[in-house]
Design a binder for this molecule. Structure first.
Ligand SMILES: NC(=O)C1=CN([C@@H]2O[C@H](COP(=O)(O)OP(=O)(O)OC[C@H]3O[C@@H](n4cnc5c(N)ncnc54)[C@H](O)[C@@H]3O)[C@@H](O)[C@H]2O)[C@@H](O)CC1
Ligand SMILES: [K+]
Length: 474
């Protein structure tokens, strides 16, 4: 199978407002949407905690309105419920929800803590930092609770960029309404969300951003052979170990034939990775093999003249997709010629970490998603901005964010492995954006499977098991 499916939409505050407005214009009143949101959230809370005394903190906007519906729903189930009010409701829907809520209402400043704390102070309308007394009161009440649940978002985070705007303590669960928001996946906000559940409120949400989830990858069939499984070529440079990690990554991710174009250094690595020693001319000849499905260049390439020559050879070879990582990105950044021109319309996946990204594209403003999107449009290539929240962005505006990362991945060489995994996905025929998403997922899942990672080598066998599970279960 040569496509993957991204199903979990990630919507910005503006996209959510447009979705709400479209649903209202199509005939569903705002009160009905709030009612659906509050009921769905109340069911999720009931499933999470069981009956107990609940304190619902309500802000002035529609997030607070959801809070009043939740308080009403749980009170109707017979749970003891108190509302802690920051300010009176201000929107028409929230006023109506508050009027229908039978629970006692007390000021936030003086309300008593309860074992279950529901935060409906602010959601996607959060515009500025929480006042210190509000942030402090929220932290105190959270500290005194046994279960802490955020409605839509933890209050005090930036919806679109995941920045902290006064929030400090983690929740046990966050109930995302209608769709995920970037803050559920972008750090540091993502670290405060706890378990994330998405409550369906029956409205379509238009977005060009998704969470990266398990790809659908087929297992080999009787018709496959090593070249249909994918031929990945890794261009070696000054540090052969890094190229070998990329090659082993490609192999563990299912490539049928993996070749390292070596520089003459002593060969190491498994016998099943074919090592060909190549000078400049031989590399050019090797790159002309039309069966190659993807070329990796950058891991351990070096930054000297020879490295530039080998990069130029890879860039000027025939048209198979490229994965450009590490030193290749540094060399591209140091060149006066824009990346898009060096690629000549060639399909490519660029995999910078934050430092490489800034060198290549400059310090841009906006969220990591915005920055990756702009970079992809500039480079006319897929950009994988690596980090705890890895972003994949395509020149056509599609973007995807990884979820549930393993922080054990922050060790030398794991990026080299990722470049090989993405090459394997390209070589099996996925288009670059999908190949990058599938590669990022396999790599992250393998890290979770491996547990505490001592080094990048330990990732390779875990990758192999992850691929086997993925390909066999689809
Ligand atoms: N029809 C809709 O619009 C729906 C909205 N929903 C809920 O509505 C939320 C968005 O509602 P709103 O747009 O009203 O926004 P919020 O309820 O998140 O907050 C907006 C209010 O807070 C104020 N505010 C923002 N930052 C503040 C700060 N730091 N300190 C003090 N006040 C601050 C704003 O001036 C405004 O009055 C979503 O997160 C979701 O919970 C759901 O009920 C589903 C339907
Ligand atoms: K909230």
């Amino acid at each position: 199978m040569t496509s993957i499916v991204l199903e979990q939409a990630v919507a910005t505050a503006d996209e959510m407002r447009r979705a709400d407005a479209a649903a209202i214009a199509a005939g569903t009143p705002g009160e009905a949407l709030m009612d659906r949101a509050g009921r769905a959230a109340a069911s999720a809370i009931a499933a999470f905690t069981g009956p107990d005394h609940v304190l619902v903190l309500c802000g002035p906007g529609n997030n607070g309105g959801d809070g009043y519906v939740i308080a009403r729903e749980l009170a109707e189930r017979g749970w003891p419920v108190t509302v802690g009010q920051l300010a009176p409701p201000s929107s028409r829907e929230a006023v109506a929800a508050a009027a229908a809520c039978p629970a006692p209402v007390e000021p936030l400043a003086s309300v008593q803590p309860a074992p279950v704390l529901v935060d409906a102070l602010f959601g996607t309308g959060m515009k500025r930092k929480l006042k210190p007394q509000v942030a402090g009161r929220l932290a105190d009440l959270m500290g005194a609770a046994n279960a802490r649940i955020a409605i839509d978002l933890p209050s005090g985070v930036g919806t679109d960029d995941g920045a902290l705007l006064g929030a400090s303590l983690p929740f046990d669960m966050t109930i995302a309404l209608a769709a995920l928001k970037p803050a559920h996946l972008l750090y540091p906000a993502a670290g405060l969300c706890g378990r994330i559940v998405t409550a369906d409120i029956g409205i379509p949400v238009e977005t060009r951003c998704w969470r990266i989830t398990k790809p659908r990858l087929s297992a080999p069939t009787f018709a496959d052979h090593k070249y249909t499984r994918g031929f990945a070529l890794v261009v070696e440079g000054a540090m052969p170990g890094a190229a070998m990690l990329a090659a082993r990554g490609a192999q563990a991710a299912g490539a049928g034939y993996v070749v390292v174009a070596g520089t003459g250094a002593a060969p190491g690595g498994p016998d099943s990775v074919i090592q060909r020693q190549t000078d400049e001319l031989e590399l050019e000849q090797l790159l002309e093999d039309g069966r190659i499905g993807a070329v990796v260049v950058g891991p351990g390439l070096g930054r000297d003249r020879e490295a530039s020559v080998r990069l130029d050879a890879a860039l000027s070879g025939p048209g198979c997709p490229l994965v450009l990582d590490a030193d290749a990105l540094v060399l591209l950044g140091a060149s006066a010629i824009p990346v898009a021109r060096r690629l000549h319309g060639r399909a490519a996946v660029l995999t910078p970490h934050e430092g490489e990204f800034v060198r290549l594209f400059g310090a841009q403003t906006g969220s990591r998603v915005d920055r990756a999107r702009k970079a992809a449009a500039t480079a006319q290539a897929v950009v994988v901005l690596k980090g705890p929240d890895t972003i994949v962005a395509a020149p056509d505006g599609r973007a995807a964010i990884s979820g549930s990362p393993s922080f054990w991945l922050s060790t030398a060489g794991t990026g080299d492995v990722l470049s090989g995994v993405i090459a394997a996905m390209l070589a099996r025929g996925l288009e670059p954006f999908e190949a990058a998403c599938a590669g990022v997922w396999l790599h992250g899942e393998a890290a979770r499977l491996a547990g505490p990672l001592i080094n990048a080598d330990a990732l390779v066998p875990a990758l192999n098991r992850t691929l086997a599970d993925t390909a066999c279960s689809n």
